[in-house]
Design a protein around this ligand. Structure first.
Ligand SMILES: [Zn+2]
Length: 270
C-alpha cells in the first residue's frame, strides 16, 4: 500500500490497482474528519452511534477528495455473512446518505456498472478489493472471522467467474488493513469454527495458549483466493494491523467496541 495526502485527508492505495486509469479506489484512514471521540475523526459509519450529520460531512469530504459524487457511492448493511450481491444501476447511491437505504444483508458487492463506488466499512475486519481489468468488473468484500469462515472472498470469486465470465488469472486483489495476526486473539469456539471451515488445518492460528490463539485473517483470505485459482502475485496484502495502528485506523478491539469505521472502495470510471 502507499500513502497519499490530499488536501485534508490521508488515504491509502494498493500499488497493484493504482496503475489502472479505468478505476478509482481507496482505503480511508481516521484522520481529517469532523467526528468527536470515540469516532474521531473520519468516521464513515452511520450505524455506530455517531452524529448522522457529522458522518455525512465526513463522507462528503471523502467524496470531494476522490472527485466522486457521494451520490455514486453504494454501501451495504453488513452482517458478517457469506453472501454476495450484484449491484446494478438502480442501486447507485444506496446507503450513501443514510443507513436505511443501504443494500440489505450483504458483505460483498460486485458490479460492472460505471460510476458506482462500492464501499465497505470496517474497524478491524478486513476489506478486500477486486478488479478484473480485462472484463472490467469490480468487487468489494468485508470479512471478519465470521465472513472469513463463511468463505465470503471465495464466494465473490465464484460470482466473478460464473456471472461475469472472469478468468481467475486476470483478477487482481487488494487485502486491506485489518486486525493482524499480532493482535487477533480468538477463543476456543472461534478456533473450532475456523478449523471446520478450513479442513481442520491450523495454519491460520498461531501461538495457541490455553485454548486461545492468534487468527491470521490475511492468510486465511489469501489462501481462499489462491484455492480458487488466483495467482499469489495478483494479491497485494497491506499487512497493516489496525489495532497496532489505531491512531491511523479505527480498531474495534483497541476501543473496546466503541469506535468509528473506515472505508475501502472501488469504482469503474471509464
Ligand atoms: Zn497488531
Amino acid at each position: 500500500m502507499i500513502e497519499k495526502h490530499t488536501n485534508s485527508l490521508s488515504l491509502r492505495f494498493f500499488q497493484n490497482l493504482l496503475k489502472y486509469r479505468e478505476i478509482c479506489h481507496f482505503v480511508s484512514t481516521r484522520s481529517g474528519g469532523f467526528s468527536n471521540p470515540p469516532y474521531d475523526s473520519l468516521n464513515l459509519g452511520f450505524h455506530v452511534g455517531d452524529n448522522l450529520e457529522t458522518v455525512l460531512k465526513n463522507r462528503e469530504r471523502l467524496a470531494v477528495e476522490l472527485e466522486v459524487p457521494l451520490s455514486n457511492f453504494t454501501t451495504a448493511r453488513q452482517i458478517h455473512g457469506g453472501n454476495v450481491k450484484i449491484i446494478t444501476e438502480d442501486s447507485r447511491g444506496k446507503g450513501a446518505f443514510n443507513y436505511d437505504t443501504a443494500i440489505s444483508e450483504t458483505d460483498a458487492m460486485v458490479t460492472d456498472t460505471l460510476n458506482i463506488c462500492l464501499m465497505v466499512l470496517q474497524a478491524d475486519c478486513v476489506p478486500i478489493l477486486f478488479f478484473d481489468p480485462k472484463k472490467r468488473i469490480i468487487g468489494v468484500v468485508h470479512a471478519g472471522w465470521r465472513g472469513t469462515v463463511q468463505l465470503v472472498a471465495q464466494n465473490t470469486v465464484r460470482v466473478l467467474k460464473r456471472k461475469f465470465n472472469c478468468l481467475t488469472d486476470d483478477i487482481l486483489v487488494g487485502i486491506g488493513p485489518s486486525i493482524g495476526p499480532c493482535c487477533y486473539l480468538v477463543g476456543q469456539e472461534t478456533i473450532l469454527q475456523i478449523e471446520k471451515a478450513f479442513d481442520n488445518k491450523r495454519e491460520y492460528i498461531n501461538n495457541s495458549l490455553g485454548g486461545k490463539g492468534y487468527f491470521n485473517l490475511w492468510e486465511a483470505n489469501k489462501m481462499q483466493l489462491v484455492q480458487m485459482g488466483i495467482s499469489e502475485r495478483n494479491i497485494e496484502i497491506a499487512k497493516v494491523c489496525t489495532r497496532c495502528n489505531h491512531t491511523n485506523f479505527f480498531s474495534y478491539r483497541h476501543q473496546r467496541g466503541e469506535t468509528g469505521r473506515f472505508g475501502a472502495g472501488i469504482m469503474l470510471r471509464i
